[in-house]
Every structure is written in structure tokens, then in C-alpha cells.
Design a protein around this ligand. Structure first.
Ligand code: 5AD
Ligand code: SF4
Length: 479
């Protein structure tokens, strides 16, 4: 579907222009007479950031105006995350700071995982809050806003068993070069350490036709990269059974104008050969798979309820490595110090690291989370030991990455340009493998625009990035 043109008289800010471009015409009928203003502060994963883009878009469609500071806002949204650490305390601390602003007539809304987890306790501890809603209730935000407008409190906490997803054509996209699309919400996996199934509710997929329609709108708005999102993205099941997850990847890749497609986060249990075949055969699918392993020990994986063994994980890695036409980069998440993890079991995680040679590892100390089975498990690992294991793991991974990245020196890689620092004459780009590649532009050549693609000769490598020089003018530019 083509994006709706902006009205001739449009004089709103550029982010609103983006909402208008990707949404249908009725958004442009919004009255600009003293709209109420809102500000959103977001924490956590990419899904939370994209939820905020959708919440912002749907508020704009209700006549609200997004502002960039708390001072300018009538309504302050706080989109929270509770995946690790003492998230709840941090939220209450921040809400206490907001209290002094209540005198100025501002209203407060707490949304996201801490909102779902703490529920009405938030009103007890922070009486100045007017709205508390978990992500499964965002589609009901317009009604909740009417309620708080009447001076009432509003809650959206009872929708975790819903079949519905939060679909809105109004998305205030904030990333200038990548469009995010949530294809599946919630999670049914119930890993023993994880709050997500309790905070985001049960798994529900969008229809492939609505995903493709959104992909076409993103392409029409001039973006060339799409990232498909889901807590468990490869558990995607088209409710109309028109295509599999791998089929959907391939179809999104073929949307005219789209040059790169990424997806996050895959669960090893549902990772199929078909996904590798899709990446291998559709050039627009990026050479990167993020496949969280969490532990290299089958005993720990079973205690975590991960539903795969070390051997099954390594089998999937072998499929990925066997791709005929592509060199697919692999990244992972690891938790150290899960209750009962012995020194030998931690060592198995280290040998898995050596065996797979990941390009990046996001490593975390196990953090006990409310409502999860792991919180009641015995043999908690002392904090100092978790800190020690994390340091051992990170030291080893740094060396693996150093060697991995060094292999790119001498190659010419295509990057999508993400930024430019004139003071250093340095352009920042990202390769298809998701590696940051900083480069300079030889004298006489134009600096490529953000969102365009450039060929870059890799001259040096670091543990977390590559450095090089632009090899030729960009092959394609976005408008
Ligand atoms: N403690 C530590 N790490 C956790 N993660 C999820 N829950 C916890 C927890 N309770 C990590 C996992 C997951 C990533 C998003 O966060 O590695 O893949
Ligand atoms: Fe959490 Fe496991 Fe679901 Fe990932 S798959 S969101 S770790 S419960």
C-alpha cells in the first residue's frame, strides 16, 4: 500500500511527518489546536523500543503531540523492563522523582513489563500515577486515555491471555534507517529464569498479510532495512497458515525497495534448516543469526527448561555453518551462575564458546526474578563467583572476537551508513553480518548519506568493530 501523502499545509515536526507517511490519510485529519503533549521514556529490549514507537504513533492518531522533554509534556509515559537486576526498585525510585511534577498538572503512565508485574501496587506506592498497563493491553490505550482524561485511574493488566496483537498503522518510527515490525508477541516457553511469559502474555502471531503490508509501507516511506521482532521470533505461526517463518522472511526480503532483512530473537528449539536455506538463497536476508544458547551444559539447559541439549544446539550451528553461499555470523546470549551451576558445568559453557567461535556474546549474571521457578531453586551461586565467571567468559570471548574480526581485514564489505562524525571525518556503517564498520572517505569522494550503502575496504580490526576506507561511491542512495 502506498504511503499517504502529506497535506500541502503540513507544518508539524519531522517525526510526525514520518507517522503521516507510514499511516493512512485519516491521521492527517488530526486537529493541531493545542493538542495535549506526551513524552515517552523507554527501557529494555528492542521490542520495548518498538512498542514505544507504536504507542507514540497511536497517541498521535488520537490528537496528542509527542515532545522531547518531560518539562514540555502533559502526559509522561514510562515504558519499563524487568528482565534483570532490581528493575522494580529502579522504577519506584524514578516515579518518586516524578512526584514533584504532579503539582504542575502532569499525569503519569507506567507501561511495559514492570507495570504488568507490579500491577496496582504501583498506585499504592506512587499515588500520582494515573495509568498502569502491560503490553498485552496497549491496543486499549485510547479508551484508557479517555478514562484518565476524566480524572479516573486506568489499568490494562488482564489481557495476557488475549489472541490479539497490538497492530497500529500509526507508528512514530524513530530509527532513520531501519523499520521494525513485531510479527509475534508474548512467549509460551517459560524458561525457568525468565519473566517475559508472565509480563508479555501468551504467544500470538500477526497474519503474514498484515506483516507484508507493513513491510511495503516501510519500503514506501524510503527505508530499505527491516527487522522482524519477536521474543521468540521463529515460533511465528501465520494464523491464516499462508506461510512459515522462513517463508515470511523470504517474502519480506522480496518487497520492492527492501535491501536488508534481519530478525530477532530466535529460539534454538524452533530453529529449522529451512531458515538457513532462506538466508542462503534470498540475498536480502542478512548474514546474521542471533541464537541464544544460555549455557553449554545439557544439565543446566534442562534445569532452565530450554527444551534442547548442547548437542542439539551444536547441530543447528552446523546447519548454519553449512550454508553454501553465505558466511553467516553467529551471536548469542549466555547466563552465568544459574542456581546449581557447578564449576564443571560453567567449563562446558567455555568449551562451547571455543567450539562455536561466536562473533558477539551478550553475557549476563543470573538475576532472580519474581514469579519465576528459578527463584525457588537451591544452590544459589554467590555473587562474587558470578562476577568471576562473567569475567572469565568475557576475557575468552574478547580473544575469540579479536581473531574473528581480524579475518575481515583485506575484504571489501558493503555497509549501510548509520552516521557521520565530521570532526573525525568518520562514517559509521553496519555490515550485513551486523558488525560495526567505521570508515573514512578518501579526498574527492562525497560522504555517503545516512541510509545509503557503501563499499568499504577493511583495513583494521578491533574486538568489537572494524575500521576501513570507502572503496567506491555508494551504489544506492535513499531519497
Ligand atoms: N537473569 C539473567 N539473564 C537473564 N536473561 C533473561 N532473564 C534473565 C535472568 N533472570 C537474559 C537471557 C536472555 C536475554 C534477553 O536476557 O540471556 O536471552
Ligand atoms: Fe524468556 Fe525463554 Fe521466552 Fe526467551 S524464550 S522470552 S528467555 S521465556
Amino acid at each position: 500500500m502506498a504511503g499517504s501523502p502529506l497535506p500541502q499545509s503540513f507544518s508539524g515536526p519531522s517525526w510526525l511527518a514520518q507517522v503521516c507517511r507510514t499511516g493512512p490519510a485519516r491521521i492527517c485529519a488530526v486537529s493541531f489546536e493545542q493538542p495535549k503533549t506526551f513524552f515517552i521514556e523507554t527501557f529494555g529490549c528492542q521490542m520495548n523500543f518498538h512498542d514505544s514507537e507504536k504507542v507514540a504513533g497511536s497517541l498521535v492518531s488520537q490528537g496528542y503531540r509527542q515532545v522531547q522533554s518531560i518539562e514540555d509534556a502533559d502526559l509522561i509515559f514510562y515504558n519499563t523492563c524487568s528482565i534483570r537486576d532490581k528493575a522494580e526498585q529502579k522504577v519506584f525510585h524514578r516515579l518518586a522523582e516524578f512526584k514533584r511534577l504532579q503539582k504542575l498538572g502532569k499525569k503519569f503512565a507506567v507501561i511495559g513489563c514492570v507495570a504488568q508485574q507490579e500491577g496496582e501496587r504501583i498506585f499504592e506506592r506512587a499515588p500520582h500515577v494515573s495509568l498502569v498497563a502491560g503490553s498485552a493491553s496497549y491496543r486499549n490505550l485510547p479508551e484508557m486515555l479517555v478514562q484518565i482524561g476524566r480524572g479516573e485511574r486506568a489499568t490494562g493488566l488482564d489481557d495476557r491471555n488475549t489472541d490479539e496483537t497490538f497492530e497500529t498503522e500509526f507508528t512514530a518510527r524513530t530509527n532513520p534507517h531501519r523499520g521494525y515490525i513485531t510479527i509475534i508477541e508474548g512467549c509460551d516457553k517459560f524458561c525457568a529464569y525468565c519473566v517475559v511469559p508472565y509480563t508479555r502474555g501468551r504467544e500470538r502471531s500477526r497474519t503474514s498479510s498484515s506483516v507484508l503490508e507493513e513491510a511495503r509501507r516501510i519500503a514506501d516511506s524510503g527505508l530499505t532495512e527491516i527487522q522482524l521482532l519477536g521474543q521468540n521470533v521463529n515460533s511465528y505461526r501465520d494464523p491464516l497458515a499462508k506461510c512459515t517463518f522462513a517463508g515470511l522472511l523470504a517474502e519480506v526480503g522480496q518487497v520492492p525497495g527492501i535491501r536488508r532483512v534481519r530478525f530477532m530473537t530466535s529460539h534454538p528449539r524452533h530453529f529449522t534448516r529451512e531458515i538457513v536455506e532462506a538466508i542462503d538463497s534470498v540475498p536480502m536476508l542478512c548474514d546474521h543469526v542471533h541464537l541464544p544458547v544460555q549455557s553449554g551444559s545439557s544439565r543446566v539447559l534442562s534445569a532452565m527448561a530450554r527444551e534442547y541439549t548442547r548437542e542439539q544446539y551444536l547441530e543447528r550451528i552446523a546447519w548454519i555453518r553449512a550454508a553454501k553461499h553465505r558466511s553467516i555470523s553467529l551471536t548469542t546470549d549466555i547466563i552465568v551462575g544459574f542456581p546449581g551451576e557447578t564449576a564443571d558445568e560453567f567449563e562446558q559453557t567455555m568449551t562451547l564458546l571455543e567450539e562455536v567461535q561466536f562473533d558477539a556474546v551478550f553475557s549476563f549474571k543470573y538475576s532472580p526474578r519474581p514469579n519465576t521457578p528459578a527463584i525457588a531453586m537451591e544452590n544459589a551461586i554467590p555473587e562474587e563467583e558470578k562476577v568471576r565467571r562473567l569475567a572469565v567468559l568475557n576475557d575468552c570471548q574478547r580473544e575469540i572476537q579479536r581473531a574473528n574480526y581480524m579475518r575481515h581485514v583485506g575484504q571489501v564489505l558493503e555497509v549501510m551508513v548509520e552516521g557521520y562524525q565530521p570532526a573525525r571525518n568518520q562514517v559509521t556503517g553496519r555490515t550485513s553480518q551486523n558488525t560495526t564498520l567505521n570508515f573514512t572517505v578518501p579526498e574527492g569522494l562525497a560522504v555517503p548519506k545516512v541510509g545509503s550503502y557503501a563499499q568499504v575496504s577493511v583495513l583494521r580490526s578491533h574486538p568489537n568493530s572494524l575500521a576501513g576506507e570507502m572503496a567506491a561511491p555508494p551504489v544506492c542512495c535513499t531519497a
